[in-house]
Design a protein around this ligand. Structure first.
Ligand SMILES: Nc1ncnc2c1ncn2[C@@H]1O[C@H](COP(=O)(O)OP(=O)(O)OP(=O)(O)O)[C@@H](O)[C@H]1O
Ligand SMILES: [Mg+2]
Length: 283
């Protein structure tokens, strides 16, 4: 479906929704400049779920912030549906690592917050907000403040908030990392179900290999020094997925390969994958 920019198959395929071309990011600080992302190219097709994995500090959040238009690249370009990203846009929904809900607002009003910012008509969106909260099992909690909700409930509210204005693209930065293992599994299933109903293109940052393999169509491993893409791998599992797949030898083998690449990413040593495949999709 998609691959690295250099792959001839890509030119023949449908145009990607997200196109990241030779993007670089250097933060100029008072001390030495920090090169967060070296020349990186990756495409994401409409409807695809792509996870970014990699060691802490390798530039995953920076890449996500650039896609969101919240940070500007210092080299290269990012385009969404053919137009270059220069500022935050309506067609993107973002879910940060912490739910970052407004503490003085109810769950319902938090979900409606982007509607107010975007100056959209509140009434039709209020109905949609209630439908979304019902879908994630929070109908009875719409009037509760964030402090009255559990961590998992707050994240579910944050997911509804990101979906309220029906963006094409969802950017998720370690959305479930603060949750316990069982809640995290439940959130993975909830997210998969939400995406069945509301088909989106998702770019998802996580440190969990298992989570990435379970949720994604493709997993991209970032790393090396300076950081770039070390592996871009298709997840060969049918959908809808059930947790039982995690016990299959195929799933275990995929996770092993991802883990090996991340270990190499930690040391900055290039992956053992043939050079031609390093920036393309590994089947
Ligand atoms: N605003 C900033 N100013 C200066 N340097 C920054 C800034 N934001 C990030 N960095 C640096 O850029 C590099 C990449 O940071 P980034 O947050 O993108 O990494 P990450 O892969 O998301 O890490 P983690 O997995 O820990 O969240 C790091 O060296 C970090 O110190
Ligand atoms: Mg980060």
């Amino acid at each position: 479906m998609l691959a690295a920019k250099t792959s001839p198959e890509v030119t023949a395929a449908a145009k990607p929704l997200v196109s990241i071309t030779n993007v670089q990011k250097t933060y100029f600080t008072r001390q030495a400049p920090v090169q967060a992302v070296a020349s990186t190219s990756v495409d994401v097709a409409r409807g695809e779920f792509v996870s970014l994995l990699g060691p802490s500090g390798c530039g995953k959040s920076t890449l996500l912030m650039m896609i969101a238009g919240l940070e500007q690249p210092t080299g290269g370009s990012i385009s969404l549906a053919g137009s270059e990203v220069r500022e935050p846009r309506r067609d993107i929904g973002i879910i940060f690592q912490d739910a970052t809900l407004l503490p003085w607002k109810s769950a319902l009003d938090n979900v409606l917050f982007p509607v107010r910012i975007l100056r959209l008509p509140i009434e039709p969106y209020r109905r949609r907000a209630r439908e979304l909260l019902a879908m994630v099992g929070l109908s009875d909690f719409e009037n509760k403040k964030p402090s009255q909700l559990s961590g998992g409930m707050r994240q579910r509210v944050a997911i509804c908030r990101a979906l309220i204005h029906d963006p094409d693209i969802l950017l998720m930065d370690e959305p479930f990392s603060a949750l316990d293992a069982i809640t995290r599994d439940q959130m993975n299933v909830a997210l998969s179900e939400i995406l069945e109903t509301h088909k989106k293109t998702v770019i998802f940052v996580t440190h969990s290999i298992r989570e990435a393999a379970f949720l994604s169509d493709r997993v991209v491993v970032m790393g090396g020094r300076p950081s770039t893409i070390m592996l871009d791998m298709k997840m060969p599992f049918e959908r809808p997925r059930r947790f039982e797949i995690e016990e299959t030898p195929e799933f275990v083998a995929v996770c092993r390969k991802l883990r090996l690449t991340i270990e190499q990413a930690h040391t900055g040593v290039p992956s053992q994958i043939p050079a031609a495949k390093q920036r393309g999709v590994v089947e």
